[in-house]
Design a protein around this ligand. Structure first.
Ligand code: SAH
Ligand code: SF4
Length: 362
């Protein structure tokens, strides 16, 4: 099967064009069609000679994803289940935010793996096991899919644009470092998608060697750590990789990330009723991150089939937040987007898999 063009680095696209005996300015034209328009077929690329387009189509695919199911939430969030070339599926979401006037900006939530090797017990993806890493092209194509949709929606008008990317879909992004980083470089490159690294955030459970690598990269992306507990005994259960990279090593790595990149780390803390939402746990959390330049995002849990992990009631979340604020912690409470459409990590995929009667939409 030919590779996808989005699996190629920018310099590899240059080489491909040269190998097809075309002048190098054609590479720029081709990249603009792939990343900036973005085109849905080689036929659309009308300023490229037809024989060149034919040869290209023999060598590479233009995209890797087929949408098989789509749901829209009341808040404007769109969630799409994609089928990959090998029939495996991943999901991505497009979240809509108000901007100036009638224009909107959007954040795309991206998957990096099929399933996830970390196995957090409250997470629908974690319960599906790990199947494989996505290629960089499969990561990038999630962004391009939504970019095309926005282009169609805005009908030539300026203004509907993707302003942020969050690697918070299925999978542990840092466990697929090479493909993730190649995708980030292309999405950032002015010849690629052209989005600033500052507008990208990786969410991770805290793989320490990779966090160190990340802190040394030239592009400085945001880092969100899925904390969910402030003592090792509980975090070992909620986020099992904690047994390998415990809190006393994770916290200094976050402080080092800030020292090297100047980017404040944020901590994600999903509140589960009776598990990690007591005032004593809020106090412990404040002590744990004391002195660290960071931000805490409190998140209400999405319901999953796992009965043990019920969402905390709203009043408990607000008390937890107040306790943190009283102790000088920078924190916000984020209502999950797309609650009415199972927009949580891996939920659409698991619901789809369990609903045998529903046929994929093609
Ligand atoms: N694997 C990475 C990134 C993807 S998960 C990570 O865990 O950080 C993105 C976020 O969704 C994580 O903070 C994760 O803990 C959270 N999440 C998973 N299941 C959830 C649920 N049932 N309710 C609310 N958040 C959930
Ligand atoms: Fe994997 Fe993140 Fe889900 Fe944990 S929460 S199982 S790390 S996707």
């Amino acid at each position: 099967m030919p590779k996808a063009i989005t699996d190629l680095r920018i310099d590899e696209v240059d080489k491909l064009v040269t190998s097809l005996n075309e002048p190098s300015f054609r590479a720029k034209q081709l990249l603009a069609w792939v990343y900036q328009k973005p085109a849905i077929s080689f036929d659309e690329m009308t300023d490229l000679p037809a024989p060149f387009r034919r040869k290209l189509a023999e060598q590479v695919k233009l995209h890797t994803l087929t949408p098989v199911h789509e749901v829209r939430a009341k808040d404007g969030t769109v969630k799409v289940l994609f089928s990959l070339a090998d029939g495996k599926t991943v999901e991505s979401a497009l979240m809509k935010y108000s901007a100036v006037g009638d224009k909107h900006r959007y954040t795309v939530c991206l998957s990096t793996q099929v399933g996830c090797p970390i196995g957090c017990p409250f997470c629908a993806t974690g319960q599906q096991g790990f199947e494989r890493n996505l290629t960089s092209g499969e990561i990038i194509d999630q962004v391009l899919y939504f970019a095309r949709q926005l282009k169609d929606m805005s009908n030539g008008r300026e203004g509907e644009w993707i302003s942020n990317l969050v690697f918070m879909g299925m999978g542990e992004p840092l466990a697929n470092y090479d493909a993730l980083w190649q995708a980030i470089e292309i999405l950032n490159s002015p010849e690629g998608f052209g989005l600033s690294a500052r507008s990208m955030t990786i969410s991770s459970t805290g793989l320490l060697p990779q966090i160190k690598m990340l802190s040394k990269e030239k592009l400085q992306v945001g880092l969100a750590i899925s904390l969910h507990a402030s003592d090792n005994a509980l975090r070992d259960k909620l986020v099992p990789i904690n047994k390998k990279y415990p809190l006393e090593e994770l916290l200094p790595a976050c402080s080092d990330y800030f020292a090297r990149t100047g980017r404040r780390v944020s901590f994600e803390y999903v509140l589960f009723d009776g598990i990690n939402d007591s005032l004593a746990q809020a106090q412990l959390l404040a002590e744990l991150i004391h002195g660290l330049n960071c931000h805490v995002n409190l998140i209400s849990a999405n319901k999953t089939t796992e009965q043990t992990f019920r969402p905390s009631p709203r009043n408990k979340i607000l008390s937890f937040q107040q306790e943190l604020k009283n102790r000088g912690v920078n924190c916000t409470f984020r209502q999950s987007r797309g609650q009415d459409i199972d927009a949580g990590c891996g939920q659409l995929r698991s619901r789809f898999a369990s609903d045998k009667n529903r046929q994929p939409k093609r």
